[in-house]
Design a protein around this ligand. Structure first.
Ligand code: ATP
Length: 637
């Protein structure tokens, strides 16, 4: 049976109904309810506009890779409000100070009843979308005035709920908490009646990175059409990711003796697409268009002898002698202005490690061995290419642990982070983190912990020197199955004054009044944020704590994973979306590894005890009880 909401939408694509659903979404703190509201909206939306509804609900007009961002300054939007409602700017400013949200101001000063009586024409989703699209695409002289006029016209025809969400949308503050996996869940429920089908939808999404496209295909042609989605040159493929392992022996065992080890370069992952018309586009790890950052790489790629291709590799900055420089140096290239200058100062090389499409042939289902040889052959026949700029990442067949260890030393000496060992039989698994690729860094072998990439979900104000600024941040790990961020630590160490200033500035734009429905926490910081900023941290140990929710109950009832002595490494992972953060599953694996290491150490020490007793006359009972007291921190799963 159709709900009231559905009946209304079948007859009209009134934007008010979408706005009312948004209002409900902002009032819920439950992700299940959020999904259900979205299910109702999607079920009722005609397939001709469902892509637009999917983008709008995420605060976008297009998938990220199109690079269209509609960010109007609050000042400009305030002028549109002034024009639409006749309110004076000082009045708007007073209300803004009071409410802290221009959307709320719009809702207050737009008088619903007057608007409805004056304007019989209702706002439709199409009308809203096409106006916002025109605003996003207006640039140059007179564009600010044109934007104000267009927005004012929309606002004049809007009810107060519509005005609120239109205003939030154009200022980039819609923030409904509807992330990719929530949309996929909702689509699966709405059109197949079974949430389990999310996996099938996810596969199509991984190949196209376009939720609107998947939504439209599913609602118009059904699941079978979604299942047969292919790679499209020009639409980025979500990257295949690596698992980590702690020893070369374990890696060889996992790979069944048939693997290739490649250098793990420390740069920026780039996916390059060349369409039939010769156009080359570059995409980052989080699928943003970054073509303008690497014009030198684009130029070099033009010499590749293939009409169409999708290749993947690591862009790495080079010093004057052509040696690899660390990741931080490359980040100088990520700028809007002075790109030319940065290009000369920090030349980059493009080190290819995969090919996903070439001249009409999809390569993702081919084995790694086949893909690597295709890549090598393609480069070999590209005679005019600058081989110092575009090259294939060094890789060698490895059949025993010694070969991996010696290659690791070689890679480190060349300035790399470690190795990525690849299963030669594996296809390219878009968007998946599996053991077909295993990363191996020196940190994994020793007691020094590997870094974690965690999401800032909250912060509390500082004291003393940090008064007036944030002193500690609440960090969370990601749970992909439920699309939820679970808290795992508070952190206040490792930040320079400049770091704090930068991070606080970014967080200002992400402030939300209540905890996001996508965050699960038992603690309450002073401020909550939309999960967005990912930072790299290091810790001495993973422990268990009743305060945190990551892995709650996995090891011990009522306790989750916590970090002991967490410290910021200085790296803000701008290359990672919050959904790319360290997962709860990874925390569990790290914890289990720690337990294994501790057991091995304890056993080897226990064997030394009789000798020590003889030598130093130590009381054995005392020694064992000391060890036991340490063991209680590590509970076995
Ligand atoms: P990390 O934080 O360790 O860079 P990540 O989460 O960004 O990891 P992973 O899949 O876990 O990504 O590790 C592989 C990453 O290493 C890739 O995303 C890529 O940027 C980089 N890399 C460098 N060299 C290679 C290579 N030869 N093959 C695959 N990835 C490589």
């Amino acid at each position: 049976m159709l709900s009231d909401l559905q009946v209304l939408l079948v007859f009209s694509l009134d934007f008010k109904i979408i706005a009312d659903a948004y209002e409900k979404m902002t009032k819920t703190s439950s992700r299940i309810e959020l999904t259900n509201i979205l299910v109702d909206v999607l079920k009722a939306t005609d397939s001709s506009v469902i892509a637009k509804v999917a983008y709008l609900t995420q605060g976008k007009l297009y998938p990220d890779f199109e690079g269209v961002v509609l960010g109007m300054a609050e000042k400009t939007v305030a002028k549109a409000l002034e024009r639409a409602y006749g309110a004076k700017l000082p009045e708007i400013q007073v209300l803004l100070r009071k409410t802290g949200d221009l959307g709320d101001v719009a809702s207050i000063i737009s008088n619903d009843k007057v608007q409805q009586a004056l304007f019989s024409e209702k706002l439709t989703v199409e009308k809203v979308y096409s106006t916002l699209d025109a605003i996003a695409k207006s640039f140059g002289v007179g564009s600010i005035e044109a934007r104000i006029t267009r927005l004012a016209a929309l606002l004049t025809a809007a009810s107060n709920v519509e005005a609120k969400f239109l205003t939030r949308f154009v200022t980039g503050k819609l923030r409904l908490g509807v992330a990719d996996y929530t949309v996929l869940d909702a689509l699966a429920i709405a059109f197949t009646g079974n949430k389990e089908n999310r996996k099938k939808l996810e596969k199509a999404y991984n190949l196209t990175s376009d939720l609107g496209f998947v939504a439209q295909l599913l609602s118009s042609k059904g699941l079978a059409a979604v299942n047969s989605v292919k790679v499209t040159v020009g639409k980025p493929i979500r990257p295949m990711l690596a698992e980590r392992m702690e020893s070369s022996e374990a890696i060889i065992q996992q790979m069944g003796g048939d693997a290739v080890a490649e250098y793990k370069l420390d740069g920026e992952r780039v996916q390059a697409h060349r369409t039939g018309d010769g156009q080359i586009s570059l995409f980052s790890r989080r699928l943003e268009k970054i073509t303008s950052h690497y014009q030198d790489i684009v130029l070099s790629l033009k010499s590749i002898r293939a009409k169409e291709f999708i290749v993947e590799g690591e862009a790495v900055a080079l010093d004057k002698e052509g040696k690899y420089l660390p990741f931080q140096e490359l980040m100088h290239r990520r700028r809007k202005y002075g790109v030319e200058e940065a290009m000369k100062k920090y030349p980059a090389s493009f080190n290819l490690f995969d090919i996903l499409f070439v001249d009409g042939k999809e390569m993702i289902d081919e084995t790694y061995a086949k893909r690597r040889s295709t890549l090598e052959e393609m480069l070999a026949r590209s005679k005019g290419i600058d081989r110092l700029k575009v090259l294939v990442v060094p890789g060698r067949k490895v059949t025993d642990p010694e070969q991996i260890d010696s290659m690791l030393q070689e890679a480190l000496a060349a300035g790399c982070e470690g190795l990525v060992v690849k299963d030669v039989r594996s296809p390219y698994r878009a968007g998946a983190r599996e053991f077909a690729w295993i990363k191996f860094k020196p940190e994994y072998r020793s007691n020094v912990r590997d870094t974690l990439d965690l999401v800032i979900v909250g912060a509390s104000h500082g004291m003393g020197r940090r008064a007036g600024r944030y002193g500690t941040f609440l960090l969370a790990a990601y749970d992909k199955d439920h699309d939820i961020f679970h808290t795992t630590t508070k952190i206040g160490t490792g930040f320079t004054d400049r770091d704090l200033e930068n991070i606080s500035k970014t967080l200002q734009k992400l402030k939300i009044l209540e905890k996001s429905p996508r965050v699960n926490a038992k603690v309450s910081p002073d401020e909550w944020f939309e999960p967005s900023v990912v930072i790299e941290v290091i810790a001495s140990e993973i422990t268990l704590s009743p305060i945190y929710t990551a892995g709650l109950g996995l090891i011990r009832p009522e306790s989750g994973f916590a970090l002991r002595f967490p410290k910021f490494t200085g790296k803000i992972r701008t290359d990672k979306a919050p959904e790319d953060a360290t997962t709860v599953q990874e925390l569990l694996e790290m914890y289990q590894k720690q337990v294994r290491q501790f057991r091995a150490e304890t056993e080897s020490k226990a064997q030394e005890v009789p000798q020590m007793e003889k030598k130093e006359g130590v009381n054995r009972g005392e020694q064992i009880s000391k060890k036991k007291s340490k063991i209680t921190r590590l509970v076995l799963p």
